[in-house]
Design a protein around this ligand. Structure first.
Ligand code: ATP
Length: 258
C-alpha cells in the first residue's frame, strides 16, 4: 500500500475531532472523501500533510513512517479551495515556481511548463497575471503548479468549491484526465455527492472524525448514511409529480364540465 493511515486520533482542547482514523490507499488511485461541514476532513488532510500533528497513530508513505518528517520533505502537496497564486508572477512563472526552487535546468523548465500549459488548456494565457484570469483558469494554474513537481501524494480540499456548475464539471473531467496522465495519487475532499462518485476510484464517508471507505461504488450508493438514497428519492418524487400533473389537469377539466 502506498499510503497507510493507522489509528490516528486528534483533539483540539476537549473536542475529539479525529476519533480513530484507519485507511489505506494504493498508488495512482484517488480516494474521494465526502462528509458534512466540521466532521474533520481538513484536519485529516493537514495531519497527513504534516501541518498538524496527531495525538497518536502513524502515517506511512511507501512503508516509511513520516510522522516526524517536516511537511516540505514529505513530497505531499496540499491544495485547497482558495489556493493563492503568487500575484506578482505570470501564469508561466507560477507553474514554473517549484521547478525553479529545485534548480532544474531552464530549458527543461520551459519545455515542462509549456507542455503543462497545453495540458491544462491554458494556451495563450502564459503571460497573464493571476488577477487577469477567471476562477477556473486560476484553479487550473494551481493544479499545474502542484502537479509539475511530481508530488507523491496530492491532497485536494474542496478544490472546485468556488466554481460555477459548468466550470466545475469541466474541471472534474480535466482532473480525471490529468490524474491518469500524470499517475496521480490523491485524496479528494468534497461536500458534493456527485463529485465524490465521479472523482473517486474509491469513496469514503467521514462522520464525526471516523472515515468509512466503501469496498465498491454500489455499497456507497446503498448505504443510507451517505445521502445517495435521499437524493434518488428526491429526483424520483419530482418525476412522479410530473407524471401525475397531466392526470390532475384531466381530472380538473372533467370536474369543471360535470
Ligand atoms: N486549530 C484548531 N483549533 C481548534 N479547533 C479546531 C482547529 N481546527 C479545526 N478545529 C475544529 O475541528 C472541527 C473539524 O474541523 P475541520 O476543518 O477539520 O472540518 P471539515 O470537515 O474540514 O469542515 P468543512 O467541510 O466545513 O471545511 C471543527 O469543529 C473545528 O472547529
Amino acid at each position: 500500500m502506498f499510503l497507510e493511515v493507522k489509528n490516528i486520533k486528534k483533539a483540539f482542547h476537549k473536542e475529539q475531532v479525529i476519533s480513530l482514523l484507519n485507511f489505506t490507499l494504493e498508488a495512482h488511485k484517488t480516494l474521494s472523501i465526502l462528509g458534512k461541514s466540521g466532521c474533520g476532513k481538513t484536519t485529516m488532510l493537514k495531519i497527513i500533510a504534516g501541518l498538524e500533528s496527531p495525538d497518536s497513530g502513524d502515517i506511512l508513505l511507501n512503508s516509511l513512517r513520516i510522522n516526524e518528517q517536516a511537511p516540505e520533505k514529505r513530497g505531499i502537496v496540499y491544495l485547497y479551495q482558495e489556493d493563492l497564486l503568487f500575484p506578482h508572477l505570470t501564469v508561466f512563472e507560477n507553474i514554473a515556481f517549484g521547478l525553479r526552487i529545485k534548480k532544474v535546468d531552464k530549458n527543461i523548465i520551459a519545455e515542462k511548463v509549456n507542455t503543462m500549459i497545453q495540458r491544462l488548456e491554458l494556451e495563450g494565457q502564459a503571460d497573464k497575471m493571476p488577477h487577469q484570469l477567471s476562477g477556473g483558469q486560476r484553479q487550473r494554474v494551481s493544479f499545474g503548479r502542484a502537479i509539475i513537481t511530481n508530488p507523491s501524494l496530492l491532497l485536494l480540499d474542496e478544490p472546485f468549491g468556488s466554481l460555477d456548475a459548468g466550470t466545475r464539471t469541466r474541471m472534474q473531467l480535466l482532473f480525471k484526465k490529468l490524474a491518469e496522465e500524470f499517475s496521480i495519487t490523491s485524496l479528494f475532499v468534497t461536500h458534493d455527492l456527485k463529485e465524490a462518485i465521479l472523482m473517486g476510484d474509491e469513496i469514503g464517508y467521514m462522520e464525526k472524525g471516523n472515515l468509512k471507505v466503501y469496498k465498491d461504488r454500489d455499497s456507497f450508493i446503498n448505504d443510507p448514511m451517505t445521502g445517495v438514497q435521499n437524493e434518488i428519492s428526491f429526483w424520483d418524487s419530482l418525476n412522479t409529480k410530473k407524471e401525475n400533473e397531466p392526470m390532475n389537469e384531466e381530472v380538473k377539466i372533467k370536474n369543471e364540465t360535470e
